[in-house]
Design a protein around this ligand. Structure first.
Ligand SMILES: NC(=O)c1ccc[n+]([C@@H]2O[C@H](COP(=O)([O-])OP(=O)(O)OC[C@H]3O[C@@H](n4cnc5c(N)ncnc54)[C@H](O)[C@@H]3O)[C@@H](O)[C@H]2O)c1
Length: 252
């Protein structure tokens, strides 16, 4: 019942594939024999093009992007087995300083983009009665930090989308789960770090986790691939924490 191949021969859509965790997920999927439709708003995603990777430059929150991603994956690779809703953005602003446009952009990308892609992926997966969706959530799905209210609200919503969609999907043979990531050394804070060095900020914050460090993106990709694989066959609607213990510590 359980092969060692896990994702070999599977076809995946990975959003936010140009950088950080999404790039690591894409590379790990391909290394283990999967094919990937790699979607990102950043044209740098085109550098991933190859026999097993089709890049798509698109804003995941825009009307039509999800439809395009699913159609292209099926056109190029004949099927769709896995969707990884990974793309995400953050801003650092107190609520009193936050514009409606600031708020809506975070929610549009982090939640609405995942909703739109999940909806279109489900339409392709339901007739085949199989598939998996993995969302990249955060310890910020549960815990609060000043200045990132839009982000924490979006990640809380993503966790609830995961659970609710999981209940709707499992009857069709489709499992929906999420990873609750801790600090990971990526570019996500580059636009908000005072000195532009978001990687250093994440490394410093990661030191406050019980494990004493931030993660390499591959450590989160491993959890995503596990949730995508038949090894996670009994997991439905879980938000699996991979955060170096950040979410279970009390005090400093
Ligand atoms: N890095 C961390 O510490 C951390 C912690 C918890 C959760 N996460 C989550 O991990 C996910 C990946 O983030 P990362 O840390 O790898 O950041 P990253 O900035 O390195 O990568 C995010 C990618 O998403 C893309 N993207 C952003 N908006 C997009 C849009 N509208 N349409 C398409 N692509 C878009 C970016 O261009 C980028 O390539 C995010 O959902 C983030 O919230 C990250």
């Amino acid at each position: 019942m359980y092969g060692t191949e896990e994702v070999e021969g599977k076809v995946a859509i990975v959003t936010g594939a140009a950088s950080g965790i999404g790039r690591a997920i894409t590379e790990l999927l391909v290394a283990r024999g999967a094919k990937v439709l790699a979607e990102d708003i950043d044209p740098a995603v085109e550098s991933l093009a190859g026999p097993n990777v089709v890049p798509l430059v698109a804003d995941i929150s825009a009307d039509g992007s999800a439809e395009k991603a699913v159609a292209l994956a099926i056109e190029r690779f004949s099927q769709l087995d896995l969707l990884v809703n990974n793309a995400g953005i953050i801003i650092n602003k107190l609520v009193v300083d936050m514009s409606r446009a600031d708020w809506e952009r975070i929610i549009d990308v982090n939640v609405t983009g995942a909703f739109l892609h999940s909806r279109e992926a489900m339409k392709a997966m339901i007739p085949r009665r199989s598939g998996a969706i993995v969302n990249v959530a955060s310890y910020a799905s549960y815990f609060a930090f000043p200045t990132i209210a839009a982000y924490t609200a979006s990640k809380g919503a993503l966790a609830q989308l995961t659970r609710t969609l999981a209940l709707e999907a499992i009857g069709h043979g489709i499992r929906v789960n999420a990873v609750g990531s801790g600090d990971v050394l990526t570019n996500i804070l580059n636009t908000v770090a005072a000195d532009g060095n978001g990687v250093a900020a994440l490394a410093a914050h990661g030191e406050s986790a019980p494990i004493g460090r931030a993660a390499d993106p591959k450590e989160i990709a491993e959890v995503v691939l596990f949730l995508a694989s038949a090894r996670a066959s009994f997991m439905v609607g879980s938000v699996v924490m991979a955060d170096g213990g950040m979410s279970v510590k009390v005090g400093s």
